[in-house]
Design a protein around this ligand. Structure first.
Ligand code: SF4
Length: 352
């Protein structure tokens, strides 16, 4: 395992905390230390920026102000509040975990307890334990990886577990630093690291002149800032042709099935149909969209009504639901699915 030349965590913390207390942004999840709200914000912030998350967070916590309120909500309602944030598996997992937590009757306080819960990974468990309950554990997100890679000038393959562990060790050392006569809360320390990465030590143009670590930073001294952290090798993008079949019943309701055939939108309710991987982009299609590394070209088939009772029974046997065109707006969050309704100009009074 590569080693990291030591740097005094006390020196780093002594510079970082006063800076953070002066500049920290008044983010809505920083108003109090409610573990439920911190948890929701941390799940929303995974792969989404602070600015994008704020309106969703405000709306979500207004509709589901407590863990119990979220646990009691229907999955459709939760997904409707998530619409626009993407990565809907996060919303499903949050909802499922809320139900498990509500049964416990108390919010576990430590990383070791939280990691045992369904839906709580290492990052979320550390974030809640530290930000809500002040446990001295480091919280390593993309901002923290960048900041620590630069200040310590770490040339690591940080996406690999072995190197990721090294960054975690450094983050833990900082969270555990105790300064004489200074009341340093691990929550402040972790949030300060994230704040530094989000506002000063940004990916492309870090403003080192304004950085509290400007004089300590090894990458700045070694002129390697632009090389840290190493870029993660990109996952190759895949081209897919999706041919959804839009089947409408005589009461205008549309058929959606639990996705078991396409590699994108896994576990979602989607149209029945087929998905085929292509080598090149098709020339003709109705619309296109992207989900993670999948580039999806959509050719909609406005299908016949189910022709017989037997066919209706067949659909009832699979994991399927019938939704009216107007309900699609609130019950189906993915625009990739909803666009077919717009394309065919379906509403609660039309038929295919
Ligand atoms: S000195 Fe520059 S590169 Fe180093 S931590 Fe601060 S902003 Fe980042």
């Amino acid at each position: 395992m590569p080693s990291v030349a030591p740097m005094s965590p006390d020196n780093l913390v002594a510079k970082l905390i006063p800076w953070y207390r002066e500049v920290k942004r008044p983010l809505p999840w920083r108003r109090d230390r409610d573990p439920y709200r911190i948890w929701v914000s941390e799940v929303m912030l995974q792969q989404t920026t602070v600015t994008a998350v704020i309106p969703f967070y405000e709306k979500f916590t207004k509709s589901f102000p407590t863990l119990q309120a979220l646990a009691k909500a229907s999955e459709g309602d939760v997904l409707a509040h998530w619409a626009g944030l993407g990565y809907y598996s996060r919303a499903r997992s949050l909802h499922k975990s809320a139900r498990a937590l509500a049964k416990l009757g108390t919010f576990p306080k430590t990383f070791a307890q939280l990691i045992e819960l369904p839906g709580f990974g290492p990052y979320t468990s550390r974030a809640v334990a530290s930000l809500a309950f002040g446990e001295a554990v480091g919280v390593v997100d993309g901002n923290v990886i960048r900041v620590l890679s630069r200040v310590l000038d770490l040339d690591l393959e940080w996406w690999k577990p072995r190197d990721r562990d090294l960054i975690q060790i450094e983050a833990d050392r900082l969270a555990q630093a105790r300064l004489e006569n200074a009341n340093v809360d691990p929550s402040d320390l972790n949030q300060a690291l994230m704040e530094l990465g989000a506002t000063i030590c940004t990916p492309k143009s870090p403003t080192c002149m304004l950085c509290p670590w400007g004089r300590l930073c090894r990458a700045r001294k070694n002129e390697s800032t632009h090389l840290r952290p190493r870029p993660k090798p990109r996952r190759e993008s895949e081209i897919w042709l999706w041919t959804p079949e839009i089947i409408q019943r005589s009461d205008k309701r549309l058929l959606l099935v639990k996705n078991s055939y396409a590699p994108f939108l896994k576990g979602h309710l989607i149209w029945p149909g087929t998905a085929t991987r292509l080598k090149t982009k098709p020339k003709s299609f109705h619309y296109k969209g992207g989900v993670t590394h999948h580039e999806i070209f959509v050719n909609v088939v406005a299908s016949k009504k189910p022709s017989s009772k037997a066919e209706l029974k067949r659909w009832a046997a699979v994991d399927a639901v019938w939704i009216s065109p107007n309900e699609m707006k609130t019950k189906v969050p993915s625009s990739l699915i909803r666009k077919a309704v717009t394309l065919l100009e379906l509403d609660d009074t039309t038929t295919t």
